[in-house]
Design a protein around this ligand. Structure first.
Ligand code: FAD
Length: 511
């Protein structure tokens, strides 16, 4: 798809959306917006992609999302499947990982630079413009748009600006959004290095050190490199500075009594256990997503997954706003839905941090927790939380009010997992274009008036108990044919007013 031309406003180039930050959140969002023809410019401060392998993989809900957009194959081709791997919590592995309600019950092991590259390729092939070596340093907004200032003094304008610029987000800081939580207590250096010590000696020392220091680790990766991580006593004064190999050797020596002969780093980076959640996700025409909105230690490996899922939630809503059909509060549901999810992830990482403490109290809780994990229900409960397959949004309407909390089995507000269809196809293929979908097993419902936004499929599936369901573009169920509510109010609540002809009419109004 070719990039659409941007408008000009008073002689200044006017983009629909500028995204600050070309990490996984920013590139996922850019792709989602391009799917709907939105003109997107991504500003990325770094001239080159980072080689640092932070995230090691994708969780079931993120894998489903890629499947829903028809791009899972390219990720699977470069990754490794680890079945049942979402079942562990703070390193406690259940005896029998409870199977999750998904066709993708595995972690897809994929180094972050590969994930980042594949998401970037997808966004760019859909027509997103990526400007590397271009950092946002200022912004000002008015009723019609946002003016953005770059580090070389250039000024750009967009109708919307999204800060996907990581934990130290410039956008969040300029907006003055509070970022309460716990400051960093510990800082780690992580990197891939070569060692002069033989592998068996490295393994023996690592086993010994980890008996008392769970925050330490060292093990082989590829091409003769080892991945190593070592904590410091306290966060360094200058956390922005890239660590040096000398600094890393001192840390290794302090914990392991040897620096393993570390040399020739492929890359080195720092991270901390700071845990914070933005007070707001939106100020006027500027929103934040991913690490810009929430940071936490990497326990459970959820940060990148959370960012991709933020972007997936936000993309179609912002596109609807720009297309002019979004109901009044649709865009605000991004924050009301996603902020509690991030809050929950922070709870999970805080709990895991406690369980990893060597102190006697937390160790007693850890022993108890290990026993609890023998119960399938407990293992499934935690597995679903980490996999993000159990998320239920409050989607409004009479059905939601009745269902919320009391009926765990109800589909309303949840994402529908993939289903085989009577015609030999499957549900997720019908979601590739990012449109709404009415799955009608009765043949009696219709989407006349919304056909430019919502597809209708009359087919049956043996795995769906409901006679008909309405799905948002992110695959969450917003209506069920269970007699509680007619279809039309739900269509209006999520897809706006009907067009008279029901044909593909795009209103000129743009956000
Ligand atoms: C050691 C470690 C292990 C981890 N493991 C996992 C894991 O297994 N699973 C998982 O899901 N997550 C994991 N994470 C978390 C994951 O790496 C992050 O959550 C994820 O990268 C966040 O993506 P993002 O796009 O929101 O932010 P980032 O990846 O931080 O990307 C932000 C981008 O914005 C750019 N930028 C910053 N400021 C500006 C500016 N002013 N103008 C323009 N561009 C700017 C940056 O250069 C960067 O490219 C781990 C993190 C660490 C530290």
């Amino acid at each position: 798809m070719a990039a659409v031309a941007s408008d000009h406003e008073n002689g200044v180039l006017m983009h629909d959306v500028i995204i600050s930050g070309g990490g996984p959140t920013g590139m996922m969002l850019a792709a989602e917006l391009r799917l709907h023809g939105v003109d997107v410019l991504v500003l990325e401060r770094d001239a080159e992609p980072s080689p640092a392998v932070r995230s090691l993989g994708l969780h079931p809900r993120s894998i489903e999302i890629l499947d829903q957009r028809g791009i899972l194959d390219r990720f699977s081709a470069e990754g490794t499947q680890y079945p049942g791997a979402t079942g562990h919590f703070a390193g406690i592995v259940p005896q029998r990982p409870a199977p999750l309600d998904t066709a993708h019950d595995y972690i897809l092991g994929l180094p972050q630079p590969v994930t980042d590259r594949l998401l970037t390729e997808r966004a760019v092939e859909l027509g997103a413009e990526l400007r590397r070596g271009s950092g946002l340093v200022g912004l000002e907004q008015d009723d019609d748009g946002v003016a953005v200032e770059l580090d070389d003094g250039e000024r750009l304008r967009a109708r919307w600006l999204i800060g996907c610029d990581g934990g130290r987000s410039t956008v969040r800081k300029i907006l003055g959004i509070g970022f309460p939580g716990e400051p960093a207590q510990t800082e780690w250096i992580l990197g891939e290095i070569k060692l002069t010590l033989p592998s068996d000696e490295v393994a023996a020392i690592a086993d010994e050190v980890r008996k008392t220091h769970r925050g330490f680790g060292i093990g082989p990766v590829s091409d003769g490199f080892f991945r190593a991580v070592a904590p410091a006593d306290a966060p360094a004064d200058e956390r922005l500075a890239t660590p040096t190999i000398e600094e890393f050797r001192v840390r290794l020596e302090r914990f392991a009594g040897t620096d393993f002969g570390a040399h020739s780093p492929r890359w080195l980076s720092r991270f901390t256990d700071a845990t914070r959640l933005a007070e707001r996700y939106r100020v006027g025409r500027v929103l934040i997503a991913g690490d810009a909105a929430h940071v936490h230690p990497p326990l459970g490996g959820q940060g990148l997954n959370l960012g991709i899922q933020d972007a997936f939630n936000l993309g179609w809503k912002l596109a609807a706003e720009l297309a002019g059909w979004a109901p009044a509060d649709l865009l605000d549901t991004y924050a009301t839905e996603r902020r509690p999810v991030a809050d929950d992830v922070l709870t999970l990482t805080r709990a895991q941090s406690v369980l990893l403490s060597p102190d006697p109290g937390p160790q007693a809780v850890r022993r108890l927790f290990s026993e609890l994990m023998r119960f399938d229900d407990v293992a499934r409960f935690l597995g679903e939380r980490i996999a993000s397959t159990g998320i239920r949004y409050d989607v409004g309407g009479p059905g939601a009010a009745v269902d919320s909390g009391s009926d765990e089995g109800s589909l309303l507000g949840r994402r529908l997992h993939d289903l085989p269809l009577a015609d030999g196809g499957r549900l997720f293929i019908l979601l590739h274009e990012g449109r709404g979908l009415l799955l009608d097993q009765t043949g009696t419902h219709n989407v006349t008036g919304w056909a430019d936004r919502v597809d209708r499929i009359a087919t049956t599936t043996p795995e769906l108990a409901a006679p008909a369901v309405l799905l948002r573009p992110d695959g969450h169920v917003v209506w069920l044919a269970d007699g509680r509510e007619p279809l039309e109010p739900a269509l209006q609540r999520w897809f706006g007013e009907p067009t008279r002809s029901g044909e593909a009419v795009r209103r000129p109004a743009r956000g």
